[in-house]
Write a new protein. Sequence first.
Length: 223
Amino acid sequence: MAILSRYPVAQDAVRDFSGLLWTDLPGATLPQTVAGPFPSVEAQAAQRLSTTAHWVVPVDVPDIGRITLLTYHATPPVFDGPEDRNGLRNADETRFWQVYLDGAFGAAPTERFVLLGDANLDPASGDGRQPVMRALLNDARLNDVAPTSAGAAAVGDATDTADWDDPYPGNLRADYVLPSADWTVIDSGVIWPSPDDPFAQTLALASRHRLVWVDLVGADPAR
């Protein structure tokens, strides 16, 4: 996971929640079996929430000021057993952001922020706890732009961002750029050309995921 910025990162203000223990997330839904906590009490006491990272990264942008990037990469909600360990963890990795914005971990930005990353969670299809994704997309503090592409539209849902094997799980919306509600959205999209575009095959070789982009200006049109 990486952030590339043409503008300076306010490094002294970066917050890294990657070491947060899963059990320390308010309302954490830790896996259980009939035998008790899975895989064990000891394991849960040491298990961090992030499978990759959760970062809060302020960036100082000329003529706009400070914006804050909230970014993460969640585990796929599969490859586990009936305890649904990965499904539960994936859901809490996404739910973390609403808990954070609620102030559970100190002051959180209230304007000019963008939540972005690979949630590995579709709000309506595939594996995973879909209501968690829907709750985030419906949060009034965020603007679900729902970018689309010609490539995804040609084979199913225009808002999908990842191309997995058919028929299951198939194409899913797994990658997100969610501006805070105070931004004005100029344009958005997913770089997924139609199947007859020669570039489509190149992208397919690079990754199952497609690049999501959103153009923004501040609430004041002059900014």
